[in-house]
Design a protein around this ligand. Structure first.
Ligand code: NI
Length: 232
């Protein structure tokens, strides 16, 4: 009699432990319940989306930037534009559209000056003038700066509290000029948290950019603006 009770207790304990494991497993996503009532162990934990950022310098361009915006809108994809002040005049509608469609607008100086070759006060002027032009259109002064040629020196006095943003993948679009070659160059080098450098002033770059979005999207990447990558 006593022996039987012990067996019952042991069986009850095993049952409780099993139930616990199943409950914990389903909470953690390791065990899934199928529609027919059977149980399967998930092959892997659900993973976080891989983030990546496309950035476009030297625009806006009255033809190619518009094409790019159209293509990005279709793909519900947001990118970052580093604008040159001297290209803004006449393209105000495009700048407004960038902002309205959720893209991030950054500063790429007024005349594409090489920052370490000019006086700090001229650097200041270049950046401030471009920031003002953008602010006049969208009501926000850009907080991110991409120095032309990636040329920057921390000793430059006027940093205007801007965050400088460089890149980790160079599309070489200005040199390759060929859609297929640009796509190959970027897809080959892209990885999680990459910041990809492109220019929306060449037709090949815009075509390539849209194909890059499609290709990397299929590989599980989520496109974000650079501020989202730089937060953590
Ligand atoms: Ni540039």
């Amino acid at each position: 009699m006593k022996y039987w009770r012990l067996q019952q207790r042991a069986a009850l304990l095993v049952l409780i432990l099993l139930l616990d494991a199943v409950l914990l497993g389903s909470i953690a996503g390791v065990i899934k319940f199928r529609a027919d009532g059977s149980v399967e162990a998930a092959a892997e934990y659900p993973s976080e989306p891989k983030m990546i950022a496309l950035t476009f310098d030297d625009g806006p361009h009255n033809i190619y930037t518009e094409k790019l915006l159209d293509g990005l809108k279709k793909r519900n994809t947001r990118v970052t534009f580093f604008l040159m002040g001297e290209n803004i005049e006449g393209n105000e509608a495009l700048v407004r559209r960038m902002h309205e469609e959720g893209h991030l607008i950054g500063n790429h100086s007024y005349s594409h000056a090489k920052m370490t070759d000019i006086k700090a006060e001229v650097v200041c002027e270049e950046i401030a003038r471009t920031g003002e032009l953008i602010d006049n259109i969208v009501g926000i002064t850009p907080q991110y700066l991409r120095p032309p040629y990636g040329d920057w020196n921390d000793d430059l006095e006027c940093q205007l509290d801007l965050t400088t943003v460089f890149w980790t993948v160079d599309s070489l679009d200005w040199k390759l000029k060929n859609k297929k070659k640009i796509v190959r160059q970027v897809v080959k080098k892209a990885e999680e948290d990459s910041i990809i450098l492109m220019h929306d002033i060449f037709p090949g770059s815009v075509e390539a950019a849209l194909e890059i979005v499609d290709t990397l999207h299929k590989q599980g990447y989520t496109f974000v603006t650079v501020d989202e990558l730089l937060i953590d």
